[in-house]
Design a protein around this ligand. Structure first.
Ligand code: MG
Ligand code: ZN
Length: 218
């Protein structure tokens, strides 16, 4: 029984990887850089996106794909920032897969986009297992989630090129050990880029946006 489930999972991931490869090829042909933005519910992904879009919208052409279980609440927030947004509702599904992105992209003019940001479903586990054809993954970890999360959910931090330690302004009010969290991140992924950000105070957002612009210019 257990063996069968493992085999099934391998088949699902194998089929997903094939579509992800097609997506990646399409994005490269159209000159679109794609970021897969991941993190727990409440880590601040959508707010970070809003603050990022405000800073970049005059500099590069951006579109957003919003993955959510049921609502369009986040997509409505992103639309207000003045960028094109496609909503994917997974109807309870806990991650986005390559086929969902392939389908969503048929409603986008990829030639007119420099950066496509995919906000994945809030979850630290399986979004990291499903390649969607992105150029790189980013994970938002908020201070209030606890410094133990990198070691408890290692895959997402190994897979992500960049981690945003978000809500950094709340550090004095928690027992989050910043040094130990940074050490764990580097142990898991020696080349990981780490930003300390606050979307209320604005800490780190300029540096983050500068880094993101460089990713698009490359
Ligand atoms: Mg969100
Ligand atoms: Zn899932």
């Amino acid at each position: 029984m257990i063996k069968l489930e493992i085999k099934l999972m391998k088949n699902i991931l194998g089929a997903n990887d094939e579509i992800a490869a097609l997506n990646r090829k399409l994005f490269a042909e159209r000159g679109v850089v794609v970021m897969n933005l991941m993190g727990s519910p409440g880590s601040g992904k959508t707010t970070l996106l809003e603050k990022t879009l405000v800073r970049l919208v005059d500099k590069i052409k951006i579109a957003v794909i919003e993955g959510d279980l049921f609502t369009a609440k986040d997509a409505e927030r992103i639309e207000r920032a003045g960028v094109e947004v496609i909503q994917i509702n997974t109807a309870g599904g806990c991650h986005l897969d390559a086929a969902m992105i392939q389908k969503a992209c048929t409603s986008l003019d990829l030639n007119a986009i420099d950066l496509l940001i995919v906000e994945n479903v809030g979850n630290l586990v399986c979004p990291a297992e499903f390649d969607i054809g992105e150029n790189f993954k980013a994970v938002v970890l908020s201070i209030t989630e606890g410094d133990d999360k990198p070691l408890k959910y290692p895959l997402i931090f190994k897979e992500s090129e960049v981690t945003l330690l978000n809500k950094i302004d709340l550090l004095p009010f928690t027992n989050f050990d910043l040094r130990s969290a940074r050490e764990d991140l580097i142990t898991l992924h020696p080349t990981i880029k780490i930003f300390e950000t606050s979307c209320t105070g604005g800490t780190g957002l300029e540096d983050w946006c500068t880094w993101l612009l460089q990713k698009v210019a490359r």
